[in-house]
Ligand binder design. Structure first.
Ligand SMILES: [Fe+2]
Length: 283
């Protein structure tokens, strides 16, 4: 029987890429990079076969979608932040077997989901590629990327997809990590001033709520968090509507989950948004 061996909420800010480069921002995201490296090391220590990533940069308009194409290699430039993230090479391999099993379980549970593994031109988005880069993962561990930005789906549907992901993992023979790749609050400031906000939050209110959420997660107050999740996602502009987070808690057991999260990178603002790396014990 397969096993979920790691679950985490992770950042994918493209400023990590400029942090790597020489120049005025060199080293500016060291803490985020270090947190992802530690999560990558955990994947290796726990002998993970496949990493599933709910990617809030993959927007879908109809149904849930999975990218599990065998050859996930190429060179990526962000269309949103080309000045931060350009010509990033990557080399990953998909896991069509697990991707199809997830789609089958989800569809059987009433959440129509398609797994794409024969469409070579279906690009992988940076919510998947950036965390993997800093985790130090290439083709040593397989990848399943799941669209985590649903245009008009209910969070309940993403919860059900998370539950189906757990079922599929347990039906498989694999050791699996799940990453919810998205921010906490996600209000990018207006264009005229966004350049001043690389290291600042857009609204103090958002930061206060983000910190409260992290506190709830660390104390294992899952019910309190789930009660506020729909309003939090809306009022604080949660990235991708926080469907990645809904999948994460669906996977972990929703209101039955009693784990206390561990912070791997302290909360930090980036281009107005609230970011973190947090590991949730699998119980
Ligand atoms: Fe993002």
């Amino acid at each position: 029987m397969g096993e979920l061996v790691l679950a985490a909420k992770v950042t994918h800010v493209p400023s990590m890429f400029i942090s790597e480069q020489d120049g005025p921002h060199h080293g500016c995201r060291d803490a985020a990079i270090e947190g992802l490296k530690r999560i990558g090391n955990l994947c290796k220590e726990r002998e993970v076969d496949t990493i599933i990533i709910a990617d809030t940069h993959w927007l879908v308009n109809a149904g849930f979608h999975i990218n599990a194409k065998p050859d996930m290699s190429g060179i990526f430039t962000s269309t949103e932040f080309p000045h931060f993230l350009s010509n990033m090479s990557y080399k990953h391999i998909g896991d069509p077997e697990l991707g199809q099993l997830i789609a089958e379980c989800a569809t059987n549970n009433g959440v129509p989901t398609l797994c794409h593994y024969e469409v070579d031109t279906l690009d992988v988005q940076y919510g998947t590629l950036v965390p993997l880069r800093y985790m130090g993962i290439e083709d040593d561990i397989k990848v399943v990327s799941i669209a985590g930005w649903m245009y008009d789906a209910e969070l309940e549907e993403s919860k059900a997809l998370g539950e189906a992901i757990r079922q599929a993992i347990e039906k498989s023979d694999k050791r699996v990590a799940f990453l919810a790749s998205g921010s906490l609050s996600h209000r990018i400031p207006p264009n005229k001033i966004v350049g001043d906000y690389l290291f600042k939050i857009s609204r103090p209110f958002n930061q206060s709520v983000d910190l409260m959420v992290l506190d709830l997660w660390q104390r294992g107050q899952v019910n309190e968090f789930l009660d506020m999740l729909p309003k939090y996602a809306k009022d604080c502009d949660g990235e991708g509507g926080m469907h990645d987070t809904s999948m994460l808690f669906g996977l972990l057991g929703w209101r039955d989950y009693e784990g206390c999260a561990e912070i791997y990178t302290d909360y930090f603002p980036s281009s107005g948004t609230g970011q973190c790396n947090v590991v949730f014990p699998v119980i």
